[in-house]
Design a protein around this ligand. Structure first.
Ligand code: BDR
Ligand code: CA
Length: 354
């Protein structure tokens, strides 16, 4: 595993990384999320990045119950001064019994147990997440990228509403799964996929342009807590103060749990890498192959990838199963620099709270 280096703190950011997407119009994204600390990190990266236009947020159960995920998405947007539509979605898996939310990782409120919240007035969109995704895709055919960083029930429900959805969206990028790296909820399963394996298998076998950002790469990119302190000190804003508070709680879990992460008092950025692969694909090594999900038994939630182009006697791997682009390696230090320089851009409105 590549270790993070503290030399990042105070280093001048390399603007080349941030310029990669500037030549093109900003990419329209619907962010499907269960905020969640790394989800909050990902949202703020997307809002701060000039190459991304977040046109909507859809929420799901996962790190917290779905009502809390919706409240958190609205709150994070309000703190950042952004009026983005938030539509609430899946409150449970398609078939399996829901797992308890991991409050020991993200806090009971999903944002590291914030001591208080500023009042906000905006409400969620009245449509379901799935209906919102379908409406937006029909409104801008071929333009929307779905970035999904929680359990995948909203995407599965949207496909049920509109089976033609793959022809309407530009691409799908998901954070979830693992191929070679050990799982984080079992020896073989990653949390987002394990939380709704049936929905995940639908998403992997649908035939859209799909990229998987799993633990193979997210476990390579350790983000020091000091980086978020540096960003908060520089921005002097409630949004980045809140992010720092949340990451402090989350880093506490990872640093106790994993000696390598604990060495620098940090965390994995998981979800933010789903946006990094959108803005800077050159930082990743990808391999295309069929991915299927084990939906039950001891391997429940395992993402199995066909890495060799051979035909198998086992059912379920036939030629009609589409390929997924799977991230298998990443330039970790460049990702850390990019995340830092993006969150240090002047992306936040002036705040009266400071
Ligand atoms: C994934 O699970 C959630 O806890 C995180 O937000 C991330 O999406 C990592 O396994
Ligand atoms: Ca998440």
């Amino acid at each position: 595993m590549a270790g993070a280096s503290n030399t990042l703190i105070g280093e001048a950011p390399s603007s080349k990384l941030l310029q990669a997407m500037r030549a093109q119009p900003a990419r329209k994204v619907i962010f499907d999320t269960d905020p969640g600390v790394d989800d909050a990190m990902a949202l703020y990266y997307a809002l701060a990045h000039p190459g991304i236009d977040v046109v909507g947020i859809t929420t799901t159960f996962g790190n917290v119950l779905v009502a809390q995920a919706t409240a958190n998405a609205l709150y994070l947007c309000a703190l950042a001064g952004r009026e983005i539509s938030v539509a609430q979605g899946a409150d449970k898996p398609l078939f399996k019994t829901a797992e308890d939310p991991p409050d020991f990782i993200h806090g009971a409120d999903g944002l590291g147990n914030l001591p208080q919240r500023l009042p906000i007035t905006r409400q969620a969109d009245s449509r379901s997440a799935a209906q919102f995704i379908v409406d937006m895709a029909r409104q801008s055919p071929g333009e929307i990228t779905l970035v999904a960083v929680g359990p995948l029930g909203n995407l599965a429900a949207a496909l049920q509403l509109a089976p033609e959805l793959p022809t309407l969206v530009r691409e799908v990028i998901l954070m979830g799964g693992t191929v070679l790296e050990a799982g984080n909820v079992s020896p073989v399963a990653e949390a987002n996929i394990w939380n709704d394996p049936h929905a995940a298998d639908i998403v992997f076998t649908t035939g859209w342009t799909l990229t998987m950002v799993g633990l193979d790469v997210t476990h390579q990119v350790i983000l020091p807590l000091a980086l978020f302190r540096q960003i908060a000190d520089q921005q002097q804003h409630p949004a980045t103060d809140t992010l720092h508070h949340a990451v402090a709680f989350y880093s506490g879990f990872y640093s106790q749990h994993d000696a390598e992460v604990g060495r620098i008092n940090g965390c994995y950025g998981h979800d933010v890498l789903a946006f990094v692969v959108l803005t800077n694909p050159e930082l990743f090594t990808l391999q295309a192959g069929r991915v299927r999900v084990a939906v039950d038994g001891l391997a429940q939630g395992q993402t199995m990838m066909q890495r060799k182009n051979v035909s198998y006697p086992q059912q379920g791997w036939h030629e009609d199963i589409p390929h997924t682009q799977v991230c298998l390696a990443v330039q970790a230090q460049a990702c850390r620099e990019l995340i830092t320089q993006t969150l240090q851009r002047p992306w936040l409105p002036k705040s009266e709270a400071h």
